[in-house]
Design a protein around this ligand. Sequence first.
Ligand code: ZN
Length: 499
Amino acid sequence: MSEALKRYKEIIAECNNLSHAQNTIYWDMETIMPKEGFKGHSDSLTYLSTEVFKKTTSDEFYELLKTLNTKEEFEKLSDIDKYCVKEDLKDIERDRRVPADFFESFVRAQNEAGVAWQDAKKANDFSIFAPHLKTMIDMTKRMVKYQYPDEDPYDALLDQYEEGMTREAYDKVFNELKEGLVPLIKKITACNKKENSKFNDTFSIPAEKETEKLLLNYIGFSFDKGTTGETEHPFTMEFSSKDVRVSNHFREDDVTDPMFSAIHEGGHAIFEQNVSEELDGTTAGSCKYLGLHESQSRFYENILGRNKNFWVPIYEKIQEIEPKLKAVSLDEFYEKINFVKNSFIRTAADEVTYCLHIIVRYEIEKEIFLNNVDVDSLPKLWNEKMQEYLGITPSCPAEGILQDMHWSDGSFGYFPTYLLGTIYDGMYLEKITEELGDIDVILKEGRILEITKWLNEKIHKYGSSRKPKEVIKAVCGKEVSAQPILKYFTEKYTKLYNL
Ligand code: ZN
């Protein structure tokens, strides 16, 4: 091993130790920390992240990466090291283009906008958030100009969340999807099906927690390499492939929501738990492509979890855990978890109308970045898009533009990855059917772990070392297309709603 490679690995190991401590503190803070413990945790986190930042942006680290990327050194590296030093150099060059004082003011603006967004949402008043949103838009535009001076700003943002994606590529698949989906949803909602009132009840929180464990085990989450916690917003956090944690929220008035959050986060976690051990602690050791990541969580949540056969082997056990479900037949349960309704809140939407919620956000982001639309006109634009796609108009900002936190920290370009994940899912489904057989049969016979294993082998073990386009090409043998997911939606809902 060359001196440069040795020193590079030492610095990475130091950063990993710091990040491990950072993760532990963050997890503690989100799950069990008492309210007054905030300052201690927050100071410690700031210290640790500053140390990591110093190391990874230092002249020494930069010089090492430049050396390792010279032809002579690069050729001697293993494939994994090649990937890592190339990616790290790209990242450090991007970060070093941002002036330190601008970076600091960006982080400050993010924090302030986050607080303002929460206040605005609580007060249901967009004017509280508007000046901060304007700042975040302006600063994000400046940030990408520094980071990627030669690229179209919105394309650069899209690429940051899912490498290889551009506006042109998104437009192509989203338009393809829209064409088939909008008329399908019109047909479904025209049925005017009634919601099942058996779910308007109070359910047991301990039972919901037990069901979460059952579901995680069932889909292949390893409790030897993971644990669970409780937070207001469910999330997944990975330390390494050997320690991946999921959180969930439990609600007395909603028995199915925590189940689907468990399956969704479980999908993210299974990805991380199955990244090949040799990638642990390297830049490729966790999947950083959000579309690809979301394709896993949404595959478990929707393609598997919203399939009736998923529940066949476990529904009786769940009824034992929550006896109130004994009054609900499996067919009724299946209808409930696939009830389609035009609604205001993205996170509560069914799998079909969910797609349109993302298209609304994507189209607004394009207006912001390509046409410089005025912030004050955004609530109106939001409502018009909701009316156009879902046929409903939010009655207040909390029901509309204020519902998501993403724009408050400048995460423009993030939303489209959710829908891209769903589009990938249709493609995986097609391939799994071809290679493993009918998933209805696999699920009904309780062989779901065969699907998990397939995903482990084809996708998870590579971590970030394969880029999204390479994954899709290698797994599905073709370019991204919305046709498979459209076929899935059409067949499923035509049957379910007798269209
Ligand atoms: Zn997710």
